[in-house]
Design a protein around this ligand. Sequence first.
Ligand code: SF4
Length: 374
Amino acid sequence: MTSGGTSPAPARRRLCEDQASYDTGQSTFAEAELVALWLLGRVPESVAPWPLLRAGRAGRGAGPDVREAVFRDPSGVPLTGDVEVHLRASDYVRHGHASDPAYDGVVLHLVWEDDRGTLAGTPTRLAGGGLVPTVAVAPALGGDPGRLRRLVRRGPSGTEPCGAGAAERDHDTTLEIVRAEGRRRAAERAWRAARLVELRGWDGAWAELLVRSLRSSAGRRTESQTERDGLATAVTGGLGDRLATELRQLALEQQPGVLIDGLRRSGQPGRARATEIGWNAALPLLAAGAAAYGDTELARAVAILIDRWPAPRPYGRTEALQRLIVGDDEPRTGRGALYAQGLLHVQDLWCERGGCGVCPLSAEADLAGVGRPG
Ligand code: SF4
């Protein structure tokens, strides 16, 4: 979002937009309800300019309201992009998006009503010069926010092919498909660790993987570079002088807790963070070592550890995907790191690249058979 002299700061503006409300003369409703209607796949089919394959996920912080929506364009090719939602079409300019490159990934401007007078129904111009369709929802719902609310109360439409796929197969099979994706992600990490070893040697690769893992697991903690370096030194120091040998010994126990405790010998970091270090740094390096030395005993132990590794804190990024394939009531923890990583893998490799219909979680059925209940 723009941050010109008189414009509100991005976070503040997002708050204002979420709270934006519309008085229809009968009742008042908020922009957030229109966003919810879209995310639940409940916008009437006739409104969207192309068949919708995936509604996308809620945008967080500054930027478009909906990320990574997927449509099927007229040539049949998946079209992925953001959706910006407003109560009135003129809000796009009023909120400063027309000059904000953060909105150049928008492919659809969804509004309750198009209030632009003679320009109503014309495309919305992006900061980069692109033009995207502006579509109004109110006409399809008789201008009645009550109908919008009733649709929202019905919950997700389940139109994505993975929703249909999950309904077709038994629950355990769906979970196993996700875990298989997690194994692919783990194998990719091991491959990258091996390349890093070629460049930096074993100790250098460990140091780099450790620092990367500490950086990504800091969460909202404010941590200076000096503190992070100190933490890395403590973890490595706790493993002693013969780093590779010690990691191997810990891994051969085949118990995640033993390896995690080994990473915390210095008394820090906390258990959750050590669990992430184990997954992101120790296991990839151990897998690379097993392959490099033909160490089958270690390879077997690493495979068992990967299978048993506890889940990290739930990733908000995969929340929508999780809901699609196993529903709202299922816990997001307790299925292990493989499951959590599998969701990330599917999200990165398929959902964000328009993979609906061809990803491993899609229904067997032809996409054309996947209807959109109104
Ligand atoms: S790519 Fe696959 S998993 Fe992702 S939303 Fe589409 S059907 Fe679902």
